[in-house]
Every structure is written in structure tokens, then in C-alpha cells.
Design a protein around this ligand. Structure first.
Ligand SMILES: *Cc1c(COP(=O)(O)O)cnc(C)c1O
Length: 376
């Protein structure tokens, strides 16, 4: 038989060929930029964390880490008033979100093959929210149901969703970013509870920014078997580099997720850094206060300069700039060595998303904005 040489593109599954990958915020190579584009924490990890990581950087690097992040799960269980069996650690919360997709959602194809609508193929989320969700759905070959938030980024209530018809109360998996990103708004736990009660599939409450908010909804993960709360050490705990995130939820869901993860999905230094973080929460809570105070001050100053600043329960603000389109502002600020984020999605393309930095970084931003507004 004549051997056909395959073109590389024909080696790739069609759903992978057709999908678009996630686009992360820029990590600039240029020195001296003020980086307010990826919601990193401006304050360093606790000195105890740095010391713990340094102390662990020795001969142990040749060994496999603890496969179930046992110590870290025990500490988190104590913090959250649950059992280690309620907790699954991932390589960042991005990984636990991906595991949920693989664990709870059937590819669309299943519907046709089995000729049944019982196959749960729908992934649901509000727009705007975290842009990774549709990417994960595409990888899985899932059906996507993207439902708009209200124009002020508040969440439609259950009654409103029932009237609106587009919301799927039987979706296999529903992601809710709370507080919302990039909108910034926090959603009341009582409202989230009503929605969780109405869903028949799994609901993930993605609480990446919750330490900067007035309220959290962790209790819903311990109350409803279908609810998972996702948390991360990245944003509030200054640990993006180490990639530690986790789910809290029902032991049966957690056990199912545990089955499908890589056996050593959480690196050893990350486990040690996260454990040491939990030993010094006082340090981090003081930083949350500083960031929240800087957020209030920055919102006031930008409002005075003509920005329309949305309310925020996160470590960033979403603000509609005056005079020029948001994308032009992105460029003008970059010329002044300040990096912020702009999204092309129509619901948010009039806005800039600005990470809350130190007071000095906020002052530099206000100074640059003043210069742009006054044409200097
Ligand atoms: C940053 C972010 C994550 C991912 O956090 P990692 O733990 O660094 O993977 C998840 N969800 C939302 C909404 C985020 O903003």
C-alpha cells in the first residue's frame, strides 16, 4: 500500500484545530513598567513563605512531592471548617476548573451518538466573566451557553433568568465568577444560594478575588452537593508564580475529580509555599486592607478626572475613560510606562481594567492620566 504522508494539520483533532486558545495578559520584558494588567498582588509573599521555599530548595528536589498535598489540605480544611476530603488542590485554580470540565461535561458528540438528550453537554457562564471558561468548553467539545449579565454587571435573579429563557437550569456545569471579573461586582451569597438551589447540574463559584470582597459563599459548597467553590493563592496571596488553587465541595465530587487529575499535579515548592502562607494569614489580611483602601482612593481620583468607575469588590477596577476610546488609552498609558488591560469583547471594550497596585503605583497612574487628560 502506498504510504500517504499526513500534513501536520490533519494530525490534529478538528475541535482543537478550530478552537482559539486562551490569551494571557502580557508579562512584559521591558524594565521599569508599572504592571497593572494581570491582577497580581503588588505586595511580596510573607517573609515566612520566602524562607520556607528557600529552606526546601535542597536535595529534596529529586524526590516526588506528596501526591495528595496532604498537609496543605489538612490546613485548608481547618481554615474552612471542613474535612480534607472536601478539598482538591490543583496547579493553580485554572487546573481545577479544567478538571471540572473533564469530570462533569459530556462532549456534544455524545448527544448524537447516543441519540438522547440526557447527555449533559452544556457549559454555562455569564458574559462578561473569566474568558478561560469558553476555551475549556471548546477543548472538551461541549456546548456553550453564554448568558449576558445586566449592563451594570449585576447578576439577573432566578426569576429574571426563568423569564429570559436563555438560561439553562439543567446545564452540566455552570461557572459563576464571584466577585465578577472583569466587571468587579460581588454577588450576594443569598442570591447565589437561590441560583445554586435552582440548578440541577454542577455549579462552580469561582472566588478568585473573594478576599477583597465583603462576603464569600464558601458555605454553599458545604451545603449543596452540586456546588464547588474555587479559590486560588495567586491573587490575594501573592503566589501566582507557584500555581496553587483548589476546590471545596462534596467528598463524592472531590473524589471523582481526584481520580482524573495527574498524580503529581501540585509541585512540592508550591505546596510548601501555600502551607507557609496559611501560617501567616495576619500578614495577608493587612495587605487586603491596604489594597481595598488604595482601590477606594484610586476610584475617587479617576472619577474626578472623568472616568466612569464601576463598583469593585476585587483587586482591580473596571473604568470607562473619557475623551479617547479605551484602546487608545491603553496605548497612551503604555507610552507612559503603565500597563493596564483592555478587552475587545463588546460588553467591556469601552473600559480599561486596572489592577490595584501600591499607593505609589496608583499615584503614578493618576499623574499619567492627568497628563493625558490635560494634553501634556
Ligand atoms: C486569575 C483567575 C483564575 C486563575 O487563577 P490561578 O490560580 O492563577 O490559575 C481563576 N479564575 C479567575 C476569575 C481569575 O481571575
Amino acid at each position: 500500500m502506498k504510504r500517504m504522508t499526513s500534513r501536520p494539520e490533519n494530525l490534529i483533532r478538528p475541535i482543537v484545530r478550530q478552537m482559539h486558545g486562551y490569551v494571557p495578559g502580557e508579562q512584559p520584558k521591558i524594565k521599569g513598567l508599572i504592571k497593572l494588567n494581570t491582577n497580581e498582588n503588588p505586595y511580596p509573599p510573607s517573609p515566612r513563605v520566602i524562607a520556607a521555599v528557600k529552606a526546601a530548595t535542597d536535595d529534596r528536589l529529586r524526590l516526588y512531592p506528596n501526591p495528595t498535598a496532604e498537609k496543605l489540605r489538612a490546613k485548608l480544611a481547618e481554615l474552612h471548617g471542613c474535612k480534607p476530603e472536601n478539598i482538591l488542590i490543583g496547579n493553580g485554580s485554572d487546573e481545577v476548573l479544567a478538571l471540572a470540565m473533564r469530570c462533569f461535561v459530556e462532549p456534544k458528540q455524545m448527544k448524537y451518538e447516543r441519540r438522547t438528550d440526557a447527555a449533559k453537554t452544556t457549559v454555562q457562564y455569564f458574559t462578561p466573566s473569566y474568558s478561560l471558561y469558553p476555551v475549556l468548553a471548546d477543548i472538551q467539545g461541549a456546548a456553550k451557553n453564554a448568558v449576558p449579565l445586566n449592563p451594570d454587571f449585576s447578576m439577573p435573579g432566578v426569576a429574571e433568568l426563568k423569564r429570559g429563557k436563555q438560561w439553562d437550569f439543567n446545564a452540566a456545569l455552570t461557572f459563576i465568577t464571584t466577585p465578577n471579573a472583569p466587571g468587579g461586582r460581588g454577588y450576594p451569597t443569598a442570591e447565589l444560594e437561590k441560583l445554586c438551589r435552582a440548578q440541577t447540574g454542577v455549579v462552580v463559584l469561582d472566588e478568585a478575588y473573594v478576599d477583597f470582597a465583603d462576603e464569600h459563599a464558601l458555605k454553599l459548597a458545604l451545603k449543596f452537593p452540586c456546588v464547588l467553590v474555587a479559590r486560588t493563592f495567586s491573587k490575594a496571596y501573592s503566589l501566582c508564580f507557584q500555581r496553587i488553587g483548589y476546590f471545596v465541595g462534596h467528598p463524592e465530587l472531590i473524589a471523582a475529580l481526584d481520580k482524573i487529575r495527574d498524580s503529581y499535579n501540585v509541585n512540592g515548592l508550591g505546596q510548601i509555599a501555600a502551607e507557609a502562607t496559611l501560617d501567616d494569614l495576619k500578614y495577608y489580611r493587612a495587605n487586603f486592607k491596604k489594597i481595598i483602601a488604595t482601590r477606594a482612593g484610586l476610584a475617587r481620583e479617576l472619577t474626578k478626572l472623568g472616568f466612569r468607575v464601576r463598583p469593585s469588590q476585587t483587586n482591580f477596577i473596571l473604568a470607562k475613560p473619557p475623551l479617547f476610546p479605551a484602546q487608545a488609552w491603553l496605548q497612551k498609558l503604555r507610552e507612559r510606562k503603565i500597563l493596564v488591560r483592555w478587552f475587545s469583547a463588546p460588553e467591556v471594550s469601552d473600559y480599561l481594567r486596572i489592577t490595584i497596585g501600591t499607593p505609589a503605583e496608583a499615584a503614578a497612574l493618576v499623574k499619567a492620566v492627568r497628563g493625558i487628560v490635560h494634553g501634556r
